[in-house]
Ligand binder design. Structure first.
Ligand code: CDP
Length: 200
């Protein structure tokens, strides 16, 4: 069976948590596509060469989850040649036999417009910054302000870029998790996938 779940949305909206839970529930493979851009940003040097030469071990590099890696990722993600170098791998992953969940920014719009289930996960910037801050260890209040600034800067760059800007696909189901526990968001995401699989 070929079945793709596309999960897009702004920084720290909960895409990864929801993506992993959906993949586990349905026995699908999961790809966090942000790691591709984070790895290209962390490798440094010529980003186009880094994207073209990316190998699976690069997705397990140290420090990929840091704020600095997120910033580096959103900068290299502006470069059309970087994006195009990563398309084939993502498409193959999405359409291989067995079902796949991909989370990112352009999965439902560019990478896999034919995805059988599309979700756009969002939340207010303050809620998303607080979640990312807790993930990073929840240090002093000043650090929360830094995370909020980082999230806002990255969202503006991701939404404003010319190539594959962040936006919901016309046929995506939007879930705003600002006032929602993550379990509820997972439940809704699973319900959509089940319905699209004809299991509902
Ligand atoms: O985890 P978080 O939502 O904060 O970010 P991420 O998904 O790891 O993505 C890091 C950065 O990579 C984003 O800010 C985007 O600039 C870029 N990205 C992208 O352009 N396209 C994707 N499909 C995934 C990530």
């Amino acid at each position: 069976m070929i079945f793709t779940v596309a999960i897009d949305g702004p920084a720290a909206a909960g895409k990864g948590t929801i993506g992993r839970a959906v993949a586990e529930r349905f026995g699908f493979r999961h790809l966090d596509t942000g790691l591709l851009y984070r790895a290209v940003g962390v490798i440094g040097g010529d980003p186009v060469a880094a994207a073209r030469g990316l190998v699976p071990a690069d997705l397990r590099r140290e420090g990929l989850r840091s704020l600095a890696a997120g910033q580096a990722a959103s900068r290299v993600a502006l470069i059309p040649e970087v994006r195009s170098a990563l398309v084939a791998f993502q498409r193959r992953f999405a359409r291989a036999e067995g079902g796949a969940v991909l989370d990112g920014r352009d999965i439902g719009t560019v990478i896999c417009p034919e995805a059988e289930a599309k979700l756009y996960i969002t939340a207010s910037p303050e809620v998303r910054a607080r979640r990312r801050w807790l993930e990073l260890g929840g240090a002093a209040a000043a650090v929360l302000a830094e995370v909020l600034a980082e999230v806002n800067e990255r969202d503006a760059r991701d939404m404003g870029r010319a190539d594959a800007p962040l936006r919901p696909a016309a046929d995506a189901v939007v879930i705003d998790t600002s006032a929602m526990a993550i379990d509820e968001a997972v439940r809704r995401a699973c319900a959509l996938v089940a319905a699209r699989l004809g299991q509902a």
